[in-house]
Design a protein. Structure first.
Length: 306
């Protein structure tokens, strides 16, 4: 499974990079890196493009010893029953995508799918599971965009289990909640972790279908929004919303915390998700009845979109 997951995510990375380059006109910087503790990765990042301020498509394959702090985080954050004490052998591979468009009418998207093993000392899997998801973060809400995004995810989930979408949609709404702001990061999508409730072949097929749905879920939205007119005031609001994105990723995101706790982690790749520009203003409140206020109402009370 390790090799097949690695092969799949590298193929998906090349496919997505090619499509985004075709749309943007600018090229990704391709950065192959190695981790001395074990493993490597390929970070593809586009900055200051024509459509995207910043877009990243990263794959990583890492292994070695999982520090006790990371093991404790898994236990505390997720109730994961990991019966190990001290550093534990592990293997992890995954693809992580974040794209921040220039146009405030076009939403940010995030996608991540991963495979994780806790190993016995001989290298055989002791525990193994899949995790991941995809979610949309608009600065200006277009209902049809959220509906398209969620319907694409639901259709793909339903091919495997009709319980998946409602379960993972709720999980996403709960996970991407900025607790100190009492609002969601965006309009959600799906999120799941510790997926190990059926044969690995079935789960791998699900992961591949969800990864392949990325372009279907996002490109039609991007084509509708990337060339729409916008004002400096709209750009300012976009940067305020991206400030919220930064807050969630640095304070609450488990993946960011796990990466920073892993010896030999590549900080530039972990922080690839952060936008090129963000803004914080003291006590900012959108005007009553404005589109900005409408977005906040939705972020404080998640909707059903599909």
């Amino acid at each position: 499974m390790r090799l097949r997951m690695e092969e799949y995510i590298k193929s998906l990375q090349m496919q997505i990079v090619a499509e985004i380059e075709k749309m943007d006109g600018a090229k990704f910087v391709r950065d192959h890196w190695e981790r001395k503790e074990g493993g490597d990765g390929i970070s593809c990042v586009l900055q200051d493009g024509n459509v995207f301020e910043k877009a990243g498509v990263n794959v990583s394959v890492v292994y070695g010893k999982l520090p006790q702090a990371a093991v404790e985080q898994m236990r505390n954050d997720r109730g994961k029953d990991i019966s190990v004490d001290g550093p534990s052998p592990f293997f992890a591979t995954g693809i992580s995508i974040v794209m921040h468009p220039r146009n405030p009418n076009a939403p940010t998207i995030h996608m991540n799918y991963r495979y994780f093993e806790i190993e016995n000392e001989d290298g055989s899997p002791k525990m193994a599971w899949f995790g991941g998801g995809s979610d949309l973060t608009p600065s200006y809400l277009f209902d049809e965009d959220a509906i398209h995004f969620h319907k694409t995810l639901k259709t793909t989930c339903d091919k495997h289990d009709k319980k998946y979408y409602p379960k993972f949609k709720k999980w996403c709404d709960d996970y991407f909640f900025i607790k100190h702001r009492h609002e969601s990061r965006g309009v959600g999508g799906i999120f799941f972790d510790d997926l190990d409730d059926r044969p690995s072949e079935e789960l791998f097929s699900f992961i591949k279908d969800m990864g392949n749905a990325f372009l279907l879920s996002y490109i039609p939205i991007l084509k509708r929004r990337k060339d729409m007119p916008f004002t400096e005031e709209m750009k300012r609001w976009q940067e305020l919303r991206r400030g919220r994105y930064v807050e969630f990723n640095l304070i609450w995101d488990r993946g960011t915390k796990f990466g920073l706790q892993t010896p030999g982690s590549r900080i530039e790749s972990i922080l690839m998700s952060l936008p090129l520009n963000a803004r914080w203003e003291y006590m900012h409140e959108p005007a009553s009845g404005s589109r900005e206020e409408n977005l906040l109402k939705v972020l404080k009370a998640p909707r059903e979109w599909a």
